[in-house]
Write a protein that binds this ligand. Structure first.
Ligand code: AMP
Length: 586
């Protein structure tokens, strides 16, 4: 069996790891970096760029560059480029495909299986979208696991003592806090909480807004109207934020940022850590309630925590670390790089699922990972009330059935609205699917018995089924969720990706063939000139003909749109010239 890799598909950066010789190791990408920017771009010549290559050109190609796609997972966001519409699943699949390829290069063997992590707070639709992205990328997603659980697994390996751990995970776009109990060979999530829309990007945005105000005051220009200037400002803001994690002040210098009245605007500013803390204080404070809620839900006091783990790049911010200390009374652990521990844990889970070589701290080879559902699940009942079927923090997998009945006499169908959230009224929760149960036997209100079953698998993915107990007949229910990709759409996306991969191969070869052809033509022309007197007119014409045919074939073999036939024709013309030049020129 091939190796199962662990993937942390992050908002800003992604990271892949694998277990080798019993230990998790980070897989470097083709540039030798340990994390890969989660950025995808489409060049005008039809190329797809992922990672550093996409990041480098983001400022000059911002309308064809997608970043932070994780924030859109499970929504109906889409982007149309050159007439093709891309879903968040497809964009994410491009990042996954690159991680898969880098892992294959590193391991020297095909990689088909993966464990992918998601924020604990991701709902069912977001988890399914992540799984679908894996499928489109050609990966068999063996398990979706929660990022904090994954981090705890990575830390648990270093320390086998039974204890309760708080994982504080502030990444690029999401915030997660989990209380996890590690003991023996069980890792059990006791509670999880968080904020789906809080992360490092928000800190960057605060700096950007601050700088925009200063530029407006200094030069009276609105940089928001200049997309590439805004992109440069964003990159500078993030860089400045990172520097402020280690320094008391950071300088931003952006020459020729934009133009106003025909004059260039140069921008220079020094931001202090104190200023930055002031701009972002409310963001740091927003992590407080989820931490308290998670502790409450787990039924423990902060003093009972064995350790606190920091995960995610944004936990490098000193004010964030100070907040964690203030909230928990503990100095957080950071012995594993916060950007890497999630991928490491995922690789360990992958290894356990594929009977690998992992050496566990308890000396055994088995480990039970008990994750929980992050939000309660309900259905809407009479009066718009959310009637709860599954409590949040229930250990996965969950199987729960409840019997419902009709509200009106001789009602032949019921509409069921499946809800996720903690609020008592249906309208205040997120509707994740609706279904209609038809064919109920006509009877007075309250007589029919309809058993509704919620099944949540180990990935946190929900399936709903229903049975009419009167007739004993299973009813089929379709969850009508327009944000979810259908199987047919996924198949189409897989075909598109494969077609792209094939086109990519042709493109690469077309470039190589044209380069070689150019070199050969040059060489032949030089030799023809040098050996003019020794070559017969007939041979000269022969060579000139072959050169002309090759030049024609090269122009058809345009890497942006070459077909297999164009490529073949160029290869044949190249071979012809090779042969004739060897025969005639030696
Ligand atoms: P992640 O999603 O875990 O990769 O976290 C990425 C986020 O961490 C981005 O918003 C980065 O800007 C942020 N980040 C990375 N390094 C630092 C740093 N040294 N100081 C502050 N934030 C950082």
């Amino acid at each position: 069996m091939g190796k199962t890799i662990g993937i942390d598909l992050g908002t800003t950066n992604s990271c892949a790891a694998v277990v080798e010789n019993g230990q998790p190791v980070i897989i470097p990408n083709e540039k030798g970096n340990r994390t890969t920017p989660s950025i995808v771009a489409f060049t005008r010549s039809g190329e797809q760029l992922v990672g550093e290559a996409a990041q480098r050109q983001a400022a000059v190609n911002s309308d064809r560059t997608v970043s932070s796609i994780k924030r859109q997972m499970g929504t109906n966001w889409s982007k149309t480029i050159d007439g093709k519409r891309y879903t968040p699943q497809e964009i994410s699949s491009m990042i996954l495909r690159k991680l898969k390829k880098d892992a294959e290069n590193y391991l020297g063997e095909p990689v088909n299986d993966a464990v992918i992590t998601v924020p604990a707070y991701f709902n069912d639709v977001q988890r399914q979208a992540t799984k679908d992205a894996g499928r489109i990328a050609g990966l068999n997603v063996k398990r979706i696991i929660n990022e904090p659980t994954s981090a705890a697994l990575a830390y648990g390996l270093n320390n086998g003592a039974a204890q309760k751990i708080l994982v504080y995970d502030l990444g690029g776009g999401t915030f997660d806090v989990s209380i996890i109990e590690i003991g023996g060979d069980v890792i059990e999530v006791l509670a999880t909480n968080g904020d789906n829309h809080l992360g490092g990007d928000d800190f960057d945005e605060r700096i950007v807004t601050h700088l925009l105000g200063i530029i407006k005051k200094q030069s009276n220009v609105d940089v928001r109207k200049d997309i590439s200037a805004l992109q440069r400002l964003r990159e500078a803001a993030e860089q400045c934020k990172k520097e402020l994690s280690g320094l008391e002040s950071a300088r931003i210098y952006l020459p020729y940022l934009t133009m106003t009245k025909g004059e260039p605007v140069n921008f220079e500013y020094t931001l202090t850590r104190a200023e930055f803390n002031e701009l972002t204080k409310d963001l740091v404070d927003r992590t407080e309630v989820p931490v308290r809620n998670a502790l409450n839900d787990a039924g423990i006091a902060a003093s009972e925590l064995g350790k606190v783990i920091l995960v995610g790049g944004s936990t490098r911010i000193p004010a964030v670390q100070a907040k964690v200390r203030a909230l928990t009374g503990k100095t957080p652990e950071r012995s594993i790089n916060p950007d890497e521990c999630v991928a490491q844990g995922a690789a360990m889970q992958g290894d356990l699922l594929s009977d690998g070589t992992l050496q566990l701290y308890n000396g055994g080879t088995g480990l039970l990972l008990l994750d929980v559902t992050p939000l309660s699940l309900s259905i809407e009942t009479v009066g718009g009330v959310a009637t709860r079927l599954v409590e949040r923090n229930s250990t996965l997998p969950v199987h729960y059935s409840q019997v419902f009945t009709t509200a009106a006499p001789y009602q032949r169908s019921v509409d069921i609205n499946v809800l996720q959230g903690e609020r008592p009224m249906a309208r205040d929760n997120k509707s994740i699917g609706r279904f209609r149960l038809n064919g109920i036997k006509g009877a007075p209100a309250g007589v029919p018995q309809i058993e509704v079953t919620f099944d949540i698998d180990v990935n946190g993915i929900l399936k709903v089924s229903a049975r009419d107990l009167d007739t004993g007949r299973e009813q089929s229910i379709t969850i009508d969720d327009n944000e979810r990709m259908s199987d047919a759409q996924i198949e189409q996306a897989i075909r598109d990706a494969q077609q792209y991969a094939a086109q990519d191969g042709i493109r690469r070869e077309a470039v190589e063939v044209n380069n070689e052809a150019g070199r050969l033509i040059n060489e032949v022309q030089q030799k023809l000139q040098a050996q003019k007197k020794d070559i017969s007119k007939e041979d000269r014409n022969f060579l000139r003909n072959d050169i002309a045919s090759l030049q024609k074939a090269m122009s058809r073999n345009n890497p942006a749109k070459a077909t297999q036939a164009d490529l073949q024709e160029a290869k044949t013309a190249l071979d012809n010239l090779k042969q004739s030049s060897t025969r005639i020129l030696g």
